[in-house]
Design a protein around this ligand. Structure first.
Ligand SMILES: *[C@@H]1O[C@H](CO)[C@@H](O)[C@H](O)[C@H]1NC(C)=O
Ligand SMILES: *[C@@H]1O[C@H](CO)[C@@H](O)[C@H](O)[C@H]1NC(C)=O
Length: 234
């Protein structure tokens, strides 16, 4: 894994090769990705101190690094900083804005093809807005899904999210070893169309692509038959 750390870089490299890169084609779907700090830090060099779902990114379904001359400039999102630090923290280097810079270059510059997201301020503030609107953390609590030493059935978690938002999410787990009898809840993706309305995350054919990508990073779509561990803070 260390070869491929931090995880996000590794994951993004996989996504780059999995999607057909066609810079002139507008994206049609946005993927808002949340990750669970305790699970993330079970694979990466960090100590989890946060017990809520944080933002990983807002990813258009087409394009990677769409404009390499459009540099990240933290002054443009200065007013968002307190919220960014709380909702979109760099779990590996908490004091750094490197994670945001990375996400902007890789995904933001592609999202920016839409007028609604064509500035750094628009991109980051929209991601924060969608994150707060979804309020995933409270929704899971509402359905009695809280970090716990007892295990959940995958179908219980999936049903809570599907029922509440009325769309299909993509839920990823970490499988600690090949034949492990438990999987760790790791990442939850919720998708939007170009008007920021909720939509299903995946069609069957996407699922195949994702599976091969995620094998590299340690995340893969959760197994329906294996109990799910939603780890509390250590
Ligand atoms: C890339 O970004 C720069 C800086 O914002 C901008 O001037 C340029 O038009 C962009 N290029 C494309 C192809 O969008
Ligand atoms: C960064 O953004 C600020 C505020 O918009 C601007 O004044 C400054 O010139 C920008 N810096 C660079 C290097 O583009």
């Amino acid at each position: 894994m260390r070869l491929c750390s931090p995880l996000i870089f590794c994951l993004m490299a996989g996504v780059a090769s999995a999607f057909v890169i066609s810079p002139n084609h507008m994206w049609t779907k946005l993927i808002l990705t949340h990750h669970w700090p305790s699970t993330f830090c079970s694979m990466e060099p960090c100590h989890p101190t946060i017990s809520y779902w944080t933002l990983h990114g807002l990813w258009p379904d087409k394009g990677i690094e769409c404009n390499s001359t459009w540099h990240f400039n933290s002054s443009e999102i200065e007013d968002l900083r307190p919220d960014m630090e709380k909702s979109w923290p760099d779990l590996i280097k908490p004091a750094s804005s490197g994670f945001w810079k990375y996400e902007w270059q890789k995904h933001g510059t592609c999202a920016a093809k839409a007028e609604s997201l064509n500035s750094q301020h628009k991109y980051f503030s929209k991601a924060l807005e969608l994150y707060h609107k979804l309020d995933l953390d409270s929704i899971l609590k509402k359905f009695d899904i809280t970090p716990s030493e007892k295990y959940y059935k995958f179908s219980q978690i999936e049903a809570a999210i599907e029922n509440f938002y009325s769309v299909k999410p993509k839920i990823q787990c970490v499988h600690p070893s090949k034949n492990a009898d438990v999987q760790l809840l790791g990442q939850i993706e919720i998708c939007f169309d170009t008007d920021f309305a909720l939509q299903d995350c995946e069609k069957e054919k996407d699922r195949v692509k994702y599976m091969s990508v995620d094998k590299v990073s340690g995340f893969s779509v959760c197994d329906h038959d294996i109990p799910v561990y939603y780890p509390p803070l250590p």
